[in-house]
Design a protein around this ligand. Sequence first.
Ligand code: CP
Ligand code: NVA
Length: 298
Amino acid sequence: MRHLLDIDDLSAAELVEILRLATEPVDALGSPLSGQGVACYFEKPSARTRNSTEMAVVQLGGHPVYITRDELGIGSRESADDVARTLGCYHRALCARVYEHQVLEQLTASNAIPVVNLLSGDAHPLQAIADVLTMRSEKGPIDELSIVYVGDCNNVARSLALAVAAVGGTMSFAAPADYRFSDHDLDRIRLAGFEPNYLDRTDEIGATDVIYTDTWVSMGQENGRAERLKGFEGFQVDERLMKRNGDAVFMHCLPAHRGEEVSNAVLDGEQSRIWVQATNRLHAARAVLAWITAQPAL
Ligand code: CP
Ligand code: NVA
């Protein structure tokens, strides 16, 4: 049985196939989830991910069931393993947004149901698939692009790096020293295909096709907010940076923290592609669900 906890659970060829499915018209995918349920478990809030995943299930003919953290009580009311086996009695897949990535690993342990990561502290693979679709449609083949991620080397940056690498691209990261990838992350990105290039300041960003940023304070990091805001001083994506790169598009997974990692003028400006990205979340979710539910069980 296949699961998607992060991009490197897929071979490069499988990622390319999912990207292809994402560009297929909805009708071409048929109704592979007809009469079946998909459990959508959320420990954290969500606008894009919940709505795009639920609508993707509907488009594939299935029925999404939204489940909150309190209802399942993973680790308190019931073990992750028992939860996965229970949901496997009713549903074709389990899509889950969790704090600890380890919980996803526990949910996959029994292979009772295919698990799709809807964001964990470590990874956000559906976002990365939507982002590759966006970069490709807005700027061209990924292996010909110069892509710079500015800010926190977090879950979004990690999955994006793995996805860009898998389709033959490279990325630079303008990030403060304390907020860069771990050695383990670097090994994974190298294995996927490129050596990450770090920039110490946004001034060092040269001619580029894509400038991407995400929040400096991810969900679950709120207690360290003041320290993090201080640590990221000077790393805001602002009009000056975008004007210096007049051909670049601006991307952000959202939600944006206006005036922190990005200025209002950039988010709402002509170079911004944030709504294309948000739209592509639906196409990415539909493609992943169509692909994963077509995989034979072991
Ligand atoms: N980009 C993203 O995952 O947004 P939500 O947190 O609103 O789902
Ligand atoms: N890095 C952010 C992404 C939100 C979609 C977070 O984890 O909160």
